[in-house]
Design a protein around this ligand. Structure first.
Ligand code: AMP
Length: 658
């Protein structure tokens, strides 16, 4: 069938740590009924492309092997074979510290705090490439693969990322697409894509409309584990083609270093231990280790289908390692690893509970090749008390879901529209004058979302305001991650508290943050898409969440004192100035009273400046209120004098009300 030139395909791409896939739905456009999503395989019919690239050693280094071939030779060329580059996307070397020991290649710090890959070259001078460039090679291959299968050029894609990917990691993914000549029209969360494919599958299988429900997505791939709890809310009017189904991520948890490859490693350790016990101590050259690992993976896959697997490895020199491994023995070996996935499930459920309103989970969707392991399925069944949903191929479900969303964006077919609602993984806010974190968008808010807050200055004649954009759960800015600093310059000199700085945060449907700021009195504007220096790991997200709970009480007090000190200083400044200005009008008893209250409050703010723990927040609050009350007469005198048209009714705040 020929396709009108005006309609361009939008493909769905799952850019995975271990494997990547490309899929399409509703193509060719306008058939009736709309065609379901399908994987676009390579020219040998293989659906997956291992996310592995090998470079040569010329200067500059060029990619020479990709996918299965690059993976097969990985152990022979450890320094020039780049696998798991997704772990470095949008991150600094410090962020990726836990990943570095697992990577065979060299990682160096690049400009702007970003992790880069240093490839060896024959000149001796390393060739440095960004993770985005390596991902772009994979994306370009998928783009070509899709174009070959469809017979039309492909330049648009929906790409999936883990739900916990922060702004930097999403931006890096979008940039990788751009480098591959792809317009990434939407970035969606992997569990959301899986639920979308599941929603579609259910509707097709049952031939009935989707019911409102809460599902868990359990995603165990080669190297990473993620679990997410999602709420699926069908469109209110199923006859309306513009109505939207909602797929809302309620919570996520996971482990960035847990996957099927760890099951291989457990078997590999067993093999090497037994080999050295049997044949004496030996070192294993890379070629032998490569073969042993392949044997381990083959045995693992066999044990998913059979009760036992026999292993026979010829080590040369008449040494043959041979044994039968039973499924029971293998399961004992991997039980602690599987238990770690269950612990994460409990955490995700605990986080989602307040949003579930006592509704039960209606399904657990399995994603990722390692969920074919029977022990994993057994433990999931036991934990959730539900039969895991396995109707979709766990390797393909994310790419199929991305294709469903791409099909919707293409507007092809007559299928109902589906709107995806994802969540912000960590709160977003600004540093206030006292060093506290003023949260504008709270963690787990659904995207797209926006929030605005008005701030002011704390010093007279301030012509520039620095905005420090923060991400995190803690109360003080120093304990949160700074996403970027911006300065709004050129504000006309005004007394402290007079400028009105309206800051708006907008997180788009792909989870990318844009900050707009306007000083409303002078109409000075600033707008910036946040391009942060680095990102946060899932572990770090988990740690930040844990710390926010542990330090919650202390943080709240510290935040309260910081805000109190800032506001008290503004009061002290304004009242002292008015006492000078209105020297003739202020009665002596009022002056004496105010001066003594000023001294009390100032001694408290000074003490807090030296050591915040030495201050009683309640006492400071009372002292400030007393001073505010006592200064009412001073305000009246000030207004009466009408010195300032724009004088604030009371001392202005420089932090948002809490
Ligand atoms: P993914 O990252 O989703 O492509 O998953 C890859 C992981 O799934 C690798 O560790 C594979 O060895 C593993 N895997 C693939 N098939 C099976 C199977 N039948 N049983 C157990 N693990 C498998």
């Amino acid at each position: 069938m020929s396709v009108p030139d005006s309609i361009e395909p939008i493909v769905g791409i799952a850019l995975g740590t271990t494997n990547s896939l490309v899929a399409i739905a509703n193509w060719p456009p306008h058939p009736a009924p709309p065609s379901p999503p399908r994987i676009l395989p390579d020219d040998r019919g293989r659906p997956m492309l291992p996310s592995v690239v090998r470079f040569d050693t010329s200067t500059p280094a060029r990619p020479i092997e990709l996918g299965y071939e690059a993976r097969a030779n990985a152990l022979l060329h450890p320094l020039s074979t780049i696998a798991s580059v997704k772990r470095l996307m949008g991150r600094s070397t410090a962020d990726a510290a836990n990943d570095l020991p697992h990577l065979s290649f060299r990682v160096v710090e690049g400009p702007n705090n970003t992790a880069r890959v240093a490839l060896p070259t024959s000149s001796g001078e390393p060739h440095v490439v960004s993770p985005q460039e390596v991902s772009a090679i994979i994306l370009r291959a998928l783009r070509t693969q899709a174009a070959d299968r469809l017979g039309v050029p492909v330049s648009k894609a929906v790409v999936t990322v883990p739900a916990y990917f922060d702004d930097a990691q999403r931006q890096a993914t979008r940039d990788a697409g751009r480098l591959a000549g792809l317009d990434v029209v939407r970035i969606i969360n992997e569990p959301t894509a899986a639920a979308l494919a599941y929603g579609l599958g259910l509707r097709q299988l049952a031939g009935a409309p989707l019911a409102p429900q809460i599902v868990a997505v359990f995603d165990l791939g080669g190297g990473t584990f993620d679990v997410s709890i999602l709420r699926i809310t069908p469109a209110a009017d199923s006859a309306d083609s513009t109505a939207a189904d909602c797929f809302q991520v309620l919570s996520t948890s996971g482990d960035t270093h847990l996957g099927g490859d760890d099951f291989d490693s457990a078997l590999l350790s067993l093999f090497t231990r037994e080999i050295t016990e049997r044949f004496g101590p030996m070192t294993f050259p890379p070629e032998t280790l490569q073969s042993l690992r392949q044997f381990a993976e083959a045995a693992k896959i066999r044990l998913s289908a059979a009760d036992s697997a026999s292993i026979r490895i010829d080590l040369g020199g008449g040494r043959v390692y041979q044994r039968l491994i039973t499924r029971a023995e293998y399961q004992t070996l991997i039980a602690p690893l599987v238990q770690r996935t269950i612990d994460c499930c409990r955490r995700a459920l605990k986080d989602a509970r307040p949003l579930m309103h006592d509704e039960p989970l209606s399904a657990v969707i399995l994603v990722g090749g390692a969920t074919r392991t029977p022990l994993v399925r057994d433990k999931v069944r036991e934990e959730f008390n539900l039969e895991p949903y396995t109707a979709l191929d766990p390797d393909q479900v994310v790419a199929l879901g991305a294709a469903v969303q791409a099909g919707v964006l293409m507007g092809g077919g007559s299928g109902r529209r589906s709107l995806l609602l994802d969540v912000v993984p960590l709160s977003l806010g600004l540093e206030t004058v006292g060093g506290a974190m003023a949260k504008l968008i709270i963690r787990n808010s659904t995207v797209p979302c926006r929030a605005a807050e008005t701030f002011s200055t704390s010093v007279d004649n301030q012509t520039g305001i620095v905005l420090n954009v923060l991400q995190g759960e803690r109360e003080m800015a120093a304990d949160c991650r700074s996403l970027g600093r911006f300065e709004l310059k050129g504000i006309p000199p005004m007394p402290a508290g007079i400028p009105k700085l309206k800051v708006e945060f907008a997180v788009d449907a792909s989870g990318i943050l844009t900050v707009h700021a306007v000083e409303e009195r002078s109409a000075k504007r600033l707008s910036a898409q946040i391009v942060p220096n680095h990102g946060l790991t899932a572990d770090e997200v988990a740690r930040l969440e844990r710390e926010s709970v542990t330090h919650a009480r202390e943080d709240m007090t510290r935040h309260r004192i910081a805000d109190l000190v800032t506001n008290a200083r503004l009061d002290l400044h304004w009242i002292s100035r008015q006492l000078d200005k209105l020297a003739a009008e202020v009665p002596s008893d009022l002056r004496t009273d105010l001066e003594s209250r000023i001294a009390t409050l100032r001694s408290m703010t000074d003490a807090a400046g030296r050591d915040w723990t030495s201050v009683d927040a309640n006492a400071m609050h009372r002292a400030k209120d007393d001073l505010d009350r006592a200064s009412v007469r001073l305000h009246e005198l000030s207004i009466a004098r009408s010195l300032q048209d724009d004088a604030p009714g009371k001392a202005p705040r420089s932090t948002p009300p809490r």
